[in-house]
Write a protein that binds this ligand. Structure first.
Ligand code: ATP
Ligand code: CA
Ligand code: CA
Length: 429
């Protein structure tokens, strides 16, 4: 599991899929955002629209490079969600343009889902299973209402739900969501925490060859890691966690985790993650024109970027669809995210006991929250639970899964300047 993705260029097996995903997103998002805003109705949650793309184009869809079908789910709901998460429509379209192809993280989990980063690293496209897709549609209204009530939610931020199908190909469902990790900061440690210990161990001998691997609960505990927040931030953080987990429990969701990325301010950016990660593919550019570091082909000036955003914003405002390929060959370079947990340079800064700022920035969120405690999990529970190990195993019912998750996070959240004695009594609590 590394963050540095593989460039999806014309030779890549998933090039056409990725290209069509982006073409479909661009078309449907600009189509919806070109209309005058309105209130949501119940029908918006169930809505779906199907489009056929081909190389000639028709009265509804513009011509595309390949033939494919694209389905857009609940476009108005996601338009409103993007607005709630402060995503600027023009910026969104720029990030997800098909002119620059994504980088692929491959399939880091066991689920077989694929992950793609937008070219500026702000968004992740995750392919999801049909069951997850159906489930998200089913609970979309609950999710929406939760976001309305909890603008600072730590849950994955969903920006779009779509499906792409190529001739003779499978139907591929996918979501667009926030990349928790910032494009401009090195992440010095990544952990995926569930509050369970069974099988939650990354073999650290593999870290040599894979230094950016995502570690798990047992690695976290063995390394005596903490989420270093003083009382004030801890309180706000845990209270939000509790509200988010209450929703997941209510919807009978489980198997989610807290994804934690740590930026150590004392180490800074010496590893140059950014240059290694943000590989941009520009069609029509000769391979050997790539700059020697293999990094950004072109970094636009801030001014140039602002001008392009303005242009796009104008066309969105004028209620005309954004031209498919226009005004996009630029790269915004800062994570200007909002929300309480994402406002310290895109993350959440550590604090000391006296609530003064600490030497780390945490990038956190609850991810992989579309797994329902269904019959498969119940069967797994039955077998794994036979040995009487229930508190340690991962597939326990959603209520208890959530309780164990919160308890783990709560206990591991403490500022680093606690004395040994204070730590002990906090651990015992
Ligand atoms: P499984 O079901 O086997 O756990 P999955 O395919 O559903 O896997 P996730 O658990 O969603 O995948 O994510 C796998 C890894 O991808 C995470 O541990 C993390 O390293 C990375 N990842 C997932 N979502 C995000 C995100 N929003 N931001 C940054 N990284 C992410
Ligand atoms: Ca997972
Ligand atoms: Ca999963």
């Amino acid at each position: 599991k590394v963050l540095v993705g593989t460039k999806v260029d014309e030779g890549h097996v998933n090039y056409i899929t990725a290209y069509n995903m982006l073409t479909g997103i661009r078309f449907t998002v600009s189509r919806t955002n070109a209309k005058v805003d309105r209130e949501l109705s119940d029908a918006d949650f169930a809505a779906r629209h199907k489009f056929s793309f081909d190389i000639t184009g028709n009265e509804l869809t513009p011509s595309a490079k390949y033939d494919f079908k694209f389905k857009d789910y609940a476009p108005w709901v996601f338009r409103h969600l993007r607005a709630k998460f402060d995503i600027d429509p023009a910026e969104y379209l720029m990030s997800l343009t098909s002119k620059y192809i994504l980088s692929e993280l491959g399939s880091p989990g066991k689920s077989g889902s694929f992950f793609y980063f937008s070219r500026d690293y702000k968004y992740i496209i995750k392919t999801i299973h049909h069951a997850e897709h159906c489930f998200l549609r089913k609970v979309l209204k609950d999710y929406y209402q939760h976001v309305e009530k909890n603008p600072n939610t730590l849950l994955s931020q969903f920006y779009g739900l779509h499906r792409v199908k190529m001739p003779y190909g499978r139907k591929i469902h996918f979501v667009v969501m926030n990349n928790l990790f910032p494009p401009h900061r090195d992440i010095h440690g990544t952990y995926d925490l569930k509050g369970s210990t069974m099988g939650r161990d990354y073999d650290e001998s593999k870290l040599q060859s894979n230094p950016r691997a995502t570690l798990k609960d047992l690695n976290w505990l063995r390394r005596d890691m903490k989420l270093e927040f003083g009382p004030h931030k801890k309180d706000i953080f845990i209270r939000q966690m509790e509200k988010d987990v209450a929703l997941l429990q209510k919807l009978k969701i489980m198997d989610y985790s807290l994804l934690v990325g740590i930026h150590d301010l004392s180490r800074g950016n010496e590893d140059g993650l950014r240059d290694k990660t943000l590989q941009v593919f520009q069609p029509g550019l000769d391979k050997n024109e790539e700059n020697p570091q293999g990094s950004l082909i072109r970094t636009p000036s801030k001014l140039e970027h602002a001008r392009r955003v303005r242009e796009l914003r104008e066309s969105v405002k004028k209620e005309r669809p954004v031209p498919m390929e226009a005004a996009t060959d630029i790269m915004p370079d800062e994570a200007n995210r909002t929300g309480f947990f994402y406002k310290d340079d895109g993350g959440f800064r550590a604090t000391n006991l006296d609530n003064t700022a600490g030497p780390k920035i945490y990038y956190l969120g609850i991810i992989d929250c579309l797994t329902r405690y269904n019959t498969v999990k119940k069967a797994e529970h039955f077998w794994k639970g036979m040995g009487g190990h229930e508190p340690e195993i991962s597939p326990i019912p959603p209520q208890r899964y959530g309780e164990r998750f919160i308890r783990f996070i709560e206990r591991t959240t403490k500022s680093s300047d606690l004395t040994e004695k204070e730590r002990e009594s906090a651990d015992g609590a």
